[in-house]
Ligand binder design. Structure first.
Ligand code: HEM
Length: 333
């Protein structure tokens, strides 16, 4: 009893999280929360709720409390509120990172990049609402906006992943584009294009739903098929080619003994899972639950690919001496 009381201050010291520990937990929460918001955004599309607030933004149906409360209004409103919160978290990350790390550090830069991509994500979403590119609108221009939105989603996940890794103590790599990492950047870029084309496929499935694989195929073969329907096949083809590339590149690393091979293993597992899910989704004519699961796996895959790349860049070059090891900086304060 007495011993316990004497040890208590020491134990508290041992278990008391440091400022950087708290920030690290916050960044993990921030990333996970953002993935949740992205999935809800997909639900807005799947449930045809994008016009739940009409064409007004940031107000809903022209007022703070919408007069017409249908289910789609709740769905759209929830997306607006949760994504606005992402913006607040992004601002908090920028302010907090400035207290923990010096100018030019990976921590500060990735926090700032996350904020910029969150803001752009919100602006693209707002533009889609204002232009009426929601619900069942089949305008071809909507496809470009959806692709842009998803590409930006991935850039946002990229910055947030680097933020999480920076908060875990990973230093800024000495060089961003060393020769040995060019193919890794290529893989990441290919994933962005695959995802952007996936957004167009998803749009086709939403605006021109098919009740079975056979009906979907008939839609694609029709001579007057809409652009979204004709493009449906592009995403799976690109995705399979990219998956083969990623598996060929990451399996040897996952089986090797380099540090960070856990990320490579995760990446390979998710790529294979994603391909299986994609094929099942095509065969079942893309049911809503599989669409959300497919997007979740796409997000996890991109997070794993971004983390793998940072770890690799870090190993490839000596860390820039001018840049600061955030963990030791914070510990010194
Ligand atoms: C590297 C692997 C893959 C990635 C990163 C990926 C990513 C994506 C993304 C981001 C979307 C858009 C989701 C949305 O906006 O809600 C999508 C949609 C879609 N993908 Fe993939 N995909 C991959 C592989 C595949 C494969 C191999 C197939 C089929 C053989 C496939 C079939 C589909 C279908 C049918 C859709 C539209 C319906 C839905 O949203 O699930 N995907 N994909």
């Amino acid at each position: 009893m007495l011993l316990g009381r004497r040890l208590a201050p020491t134990l508290r010291l041992v278990h008391e999280p440091s400022p950087l520990d708290r920030f690290r937990r916050f960044t993990v929460f921030f990333l996970a929360y953002t993935v949740g918001v992205i999935l809800w955004g997909a639900w807005v599309r799947v449930s045809l709720s994008g016009d739940g607030c009409g064409e007004s933004w940031p107000l809903c149906q022209g007022s703070l409390v919408p007069p017409d409360l249908e289910t789609k209004t709740y769905v759209e409103l929830a997306h607006r509120i949760t994504s606005a919160l992402t913006g607040f978290f992004a601002i908090a990350a920028v302010v907090w990172s400035r207290r923990l790390a010096p100018p030019g550090s990976l921590l500060r830069r990735s926090a700032m990049a996350s904020l910029l991509f969150v803001v752009f994500e919100g602006l693209v979403g707002a533009a889609q609402v204002k232009l009426g590119y929601v619900a069942e609108n089949p305008s071809e221009a909507r496809g470009y906006w959806a692709a842009l939105h998803l590409a930006n989603t991935f850039f946002m996940l990229f910055s947030m992943t680097w933020l999480v890794r920076a908060a875990a103590g990973v230093k800024a790599p000495a060089r961003l584009f060393p020769k040995d990492a060019r193919l890794d950047w290529l893989g990441l870029g290919a994933l962005v294009i695959v995802a952007a084309m996936g957004a167009v496929t998803a749009l086709g499935d939403t605006v021109f739903p098919a009740s079975s694989f056979a009906e979907g195929l008939a839609q694609e073969l029709a001579h007057d098929a809409h652009l979204f329907v004709r493009l449906r096949v592009v995403h799976p083809v690109l995705a399979i080619a990219t998956s083969v590339f990623l598996v060929a590149r990451h399996v040897p690393r996952a089986l090797g003994d380099e540090p960070g091979r856990g990320w490579d293993g995760l990446l390979v597992a998710v790529v294979l899972g994603q391909v299986v899910l994609g094929i099942v989704s095509v065969l079942l004519a893309a049911p809503a639950a599989l669409q959300i699961a497919h997007l979740l796996l796409a997000d996890v895959l991109f997070i794993a690919a971004s983390a793998t790349l940072l770890d690799r860049l870090h190993r490839l070059g000596e860390p820039a001496s001018a840049r600061v090891d955030v963990a030791s900086e914070a510990a010194a304060r």
